[in-house]
Design a protein around this ligand. Sequence first.
Ligand SMILES: Cc1ncc(COP(=O)(O)O)c(C=O)c1O
Length: 389
Amino acid sequence: MLGNFNKIIDRSKTDCIKYDLRRETFGKEDVIPMWIADMDFRAPECVLKALRERINHGVLGYGARLDCFFKSIIDWNKLRNNREIDPEWIVFSPGVVPAFTVSTLALTEPGDSVIIQPPVYPPFFDAVKQNRRNLVCNPLINNNGYFTFDYDNFREICQKHHPKVLILCNPHNPVGRAWTFDELKKLTDLCLEYGVTIISDEIHSDLLLHGNQFIPTASISKEVENITLSASAPSKTFNIAGLSTSYIIISNPVLREKVQNVYNHMHLLSGNVFGNLALQTVYEQGVPWLESLLQYLSANAKYATNFINKRLKPIQTHLPEATFLMWLDCRGLNMSEKEIDDIFIQKAGVGFNLGTEFGSEGDGFFRMNIGCPRQTLKTALENIEKALK
Ligand SMILES: Cc1ncc(COP(=O)(O)O)c(C=O)c1O
């Protein structure tokens, strides 16, 4: 197996959010951090080697994204997603959060309605509210832990609020769904019918577990591609989120120009030499490492699902189809979020994300990050088992 995913790496004192902000987040440092979405694994050797060589050169002036940078994105999308894209469709972004935030700003006016589908990644709420747009929620339907879209409510929202934009999470953080072709077809049919532009956050699109398949939203049809902006990055896939490099694929030239203009006006297009180099390197050379990672994460997900459903009752979870995040339904404990969080932090010494960070629909749920060595996962789950007893 490429990449030693079992190795426990001490990340404290590396200025990282996950470990070095534990006191601020959980009130104490002695907590196994299973919250913010980065993994505890070293990035692939190919990228570390490329970055070392770049540092050894010693001059770190402004970088340029040359043809090889764009070619690596084009080849990756063809290879992994069977999607053909043109180089001019690619808009650089320093992150996927900036990508959907800037796109929302560019494509809507203050007061326009924007749909999101909670429980969902918290910055989706901010992208709408902080831009002074009208937030309209179409909550996912929870079928015993397997979440689906609510098409009827989506239609009602379209008729009532005339939304301009849907910010879609595909695959979905935190519920771990990889939306199927049929699900995306039904949803995008509604977007076409009601003139809703789709900002599709596809940052987790390489992290498909157990052989599941990722369906890019824009691949549903040419018509859907024409109304879709696909934001992606190698940051989650290869654990290089600190390098702040991502991109948006926008085939429609009118939409693209609007988004590109905002980035230009804000002077946000320069990026950094390490991020550019890292993206190109992992997209060119990272597949074997990624295949090993996916096996490891799939096994972690199965291990955690079995453990939780058998040994942490009444806590329940569903095997995630994608992402290294799991959504734990703790409502059966019949306690408040604060009381449950206290058990996790104070008694078990484990730090999760609170479900309500993902919207009020998340009350009674917690998000667990399983992008860690199996031993760390095992210790955390065993600690919780003891704490619950
Ligand atoms: C759905 C989703 N989008 C975006 C991000 C972060 O993107 P970035 O760090 O590139 O801004 C995350 C990180 O957890 C995420 O889960």
